[in-house]
Design a protein around this ligand. Structure first.
Ligand code: C5P
Length: 400
């Protein structure tokens, strides 16, 4: 179902940084995806994690020296450079990025990098100030120009105590992205429209009804669809998320706005409609023109039902393939299959919102997906990874 690394030969090159501990897990994940993995370590990397660990996990000897006669007798550095289908530097320190960008070849890692014809990728990880430094960004731009894939770091708290950009993405995510480098775009040429985030339903000029949706799932799906080759329109309620690269974003506030934007986007051409938005089921019957004043002890607000956006799109005569979402706390399959039918969806992805460790505000999710003749369970993992699996499922059904 996922893009795989079956029969692919990967050199995982580890440079010195605290994120090197994640590289041990990365070896396992690359192998799980089907890759044969050889690990190369710089001298600094060996201060953080031992070659023995990497050897045990990869099942192959670890390469540390450029000029080592024993290693050269086994698989010499030029042979190793030719062997690889992919060289991934993870973590890539600021120092290694600088050397790679300049074409300096003063150790095994940088020499392999120059000597290979394989795909090349880096997963930078460093202190947020070092990441933000102009010279680091210039080096990354140079590498991107040379066709190197940059796996951008995530934001968050850092080992040094700082908070900001510079954390290496999780191993499971990196392994999947490596596999994607070999995948042919499953949605090439397709148009995708995605709704995301909450809606805000105004009561008066200063108050509204909304919910806790972060929009993360929809934004991750937008990214995954772009990666799969689609052109993507993302219709989002108010969220605090940057617009993913190469995504056309339409900002909306209320359910009525979202419906109108969705209808317009679908009319402009749409093969796949994905409804992740947590649309408010009801809106105030009237929006007061002036701020509502404090009254007695009780106040009654009349609410009227909002239109069901996904059902409206799924009822169109030339409807696109429609993926809906459901948050359930019990009888997941029964309720999901009910919604699949009632809303005329092609596929529905359910998360169990009774679980505290996944869902609304979390970076992780776990889902069960249903379509007419099948189902799939997506185990707990980062939303980015879940998004790619969902996109692959949709692409498969679309092809059918
Ligand atoms: O009925 P329920 O709210 O559980 O359905 C959830 C699915 O329907 C989600 O895909 C959500 O984006 C979509 N939805 C919608 N418009 C609504 C309510 C839900 O598109 N008014």
């Amino acid at each position: 179902m996922l893009a795989t690394l079956k029969h692919k030969r990967v050199i995982l090159a580890v440079s010195g940084g605290i994120a090197a501990y994640k590289s041990a897990d990365l070896v396992r994940r690359l192998k799980d995806a089907g890759a044969d993995v050889h690990v190369v370590m710089t001298a600094a990397a060996q201060q953080f994690i031992t070659p023995l660990t990497m050897q045990a996990l990869s099942g192959n000897p670890v390469h540390t020296e450029l000029l080592d006669s024993a290693a050269e007798a086994g698989m010499g550095h030029i042979q190793l450079a030719r062997w690889a289908d992919l060289i991934l530097v993870a973590p890539a320190s600021a120092d290694v990025l600088a050397r790679l960008a300049q074409g300096i070849a003063n150790d095994l890692l940088t020499t392999l990098w120059l000597a290979t014809r394989a795909k090349r990728a880096v997963a930078p990880a460093m202190n947020q100030q070092m990441w933000a430094a102009n010279v680091t960004q210039e080096n990354l731009a140079k590498l991107a120009e040379q066709g190197v894939t940059i796996f951008t770091p995530a934001a968050g708290s850092q080992a040094c105590g700082d908070v900001g950009m510079g954390r290496m993405p999780e191993a499971v995510d990196l392994a999947q992205r490596c596999a994607d480098l070999f995948a042919v775009g499953t949605l090439t040429g397709k148009k995708v429209v995605i709704t995301a985030g909450p809606t805000q339903e105004a009561l008066d000029p200063v108050r509204y009804i909304t919910n806790h949706s972060s929009g993360k799932m929809g934004f991750c799906l937008a990214e995954a669809c772009v990666e799969a080759g689609a052109s993507v329109t993302l219709i989002s309620g108010p969220v605090h998320l940057p617009t993913p690269d190469r995504v056309q974003r339409i900002k909306v506030i209320s359910a009525m706005d979202m419906l109108q934007a969705s209808q317009q986007a679908v009319a402009d051409g749409c093969d796949l409609f994905i409804a992740t938005a947590a649309v408010a089921d009801y809106r105030p019957a009237t929006v007061a023109e002036q701020k509502i004043k404090k009254q007695g002890d009780n106040i009654v607000i009349e609410l009227v039902k909002n239109p069901d956006i996904v059902a409206t799109i799924a009822a169109l005569p030339n409807k696109p393939f429609v993926l809906g979402f459901a948050a359930e706390t019990e009888r997941v399959e029964e309720y999901a299959r009910g919604k699949l039918k009632n809303k005329n969806l092609d596929m529905i992805a359910c998360n169990d919102v009774s679980r505290a460790d996944i869902g609304f505000q979390s970076d992780d999710n776990a889902m069960t997906v249903f379509w007419q003749n099948g189902m799939a369970k997506l185990e707990k993992s980062p939303k980015t990874y879940i998004a790619r699996q969902l996109v692959n499922l949709c692409a498969k059904q679309l092809q059918n």
